[in-house]
Design a protein. Structure first.
Length: 255
């Protein structure tokens, strides 16, 4: 069973694996983010054959969505020969729920200058297994495998993977990873979710290469400010090393 069943070209129905963590009758937004990335890549491949690659994924999360069918629409906002800005919108009942603005760029051979000063994480096999359902309920959290080294509340390095496909159709490693990115905000909590709510209102990932698939790693820090604002910041990894960064703006609400 995948995270979503495709009902037609633009409509998708969530399965039990999409069940939310903050509320069990709502979708966890993570799989929807992967669905939008996949929609952008599918639209790209329909329009052109030169393989522009996703370089930035910037999502605004406009509200919650029940465990019901959603619709996806894609619009090219800035067409170009080597760079495009594409917008994808997830709607439920005519209401926009998530908007993705994605930059796509022409790939070229930069092997001679490739590199990063960011250190690699310890391998997944060297990281202890951890059960996230001890903190969070819901079908999505139950669908993933976690390995984590916790330094302190709000600071951890962890690896995640899922055997559940996004859809019953080919999906790129980048879109597959996008469907797991939103988990970052809940894997090293500063405060117990029953005491403080801290949902994110956005998510932005910048990539300097495409992930290779399989395990997805996070080197994550969660910060709460004194006026209700918060930030979850992560360096993204795969088994070959760092490949990008992630930021999520939080609304921090003591219960």
């Amino acid at each position: 069973m995948p995270y979503f069943d495709r009902l037609d070209a633009t409509v998708f129905r969530p399965t039990e694996h999409v069940g939310g963590a903050w509320s069990l009758d709502e979708q966890h937004i993570a799989p929807a983010l992967g669905l939008l990335a996949h929609a952008v890549e599918t639209d790209r491949d329909r329009r052109r054959d030169d393989g522009l690659v996703l370089a930035r994924l910037s999502y605004d999360i406009l509200g919650t969505v029940p465990m019901e069918a959603v619709e996806v629409a894609v619009d090219v906002r800035r067409a170009g020969r080597t760079i495009e800005l594409v917008e994808a919108t997830l709607t439920h009942g005519g209401r926009a729920v998530v908007v993705l603005r994605a930059w796509l760029m022409q790939p070229r051979d930069t092997t001679a200058v490739a590199g990063t000063a960011q250190p690699a994480l310890p391998a997944p096999e060297a990281t202890p297994a951890w059960d996230p359902t001890t903190v969070w309920p819901g079908g999505f959290i139950a669908s993933v495998e976690l390995r984590r080294t916790q330094q302190e509340p709000g600071r951890a390095a962890f690896w995640v993977r899922s055997e559940v496909p996004l859809l019953d159709e080919p999906v790129s490693p980048t879109a597959r990873a996008a469907g797991l990115l939103d988990i970052a905000n809940g894997m090293t909590v500063r405060e117990a979710p029953g005491e403080v709510a801290f949902p994110n209102v956005d998510l932005t990932a910048h990539l300097h290469r495409a992930p290779v698939g399989g395990w997805l790693g996070f080197d994550t820090t969660v910060s709460f400010g004194p006026t209700g604002l918060g930030l979850t910041s992560s360096v993204l990894h795969d088994v070959e090393g760092p490949f990008g960064s992630l930021a999520q703006a939080l609304t921090v609400r003591p219960r």
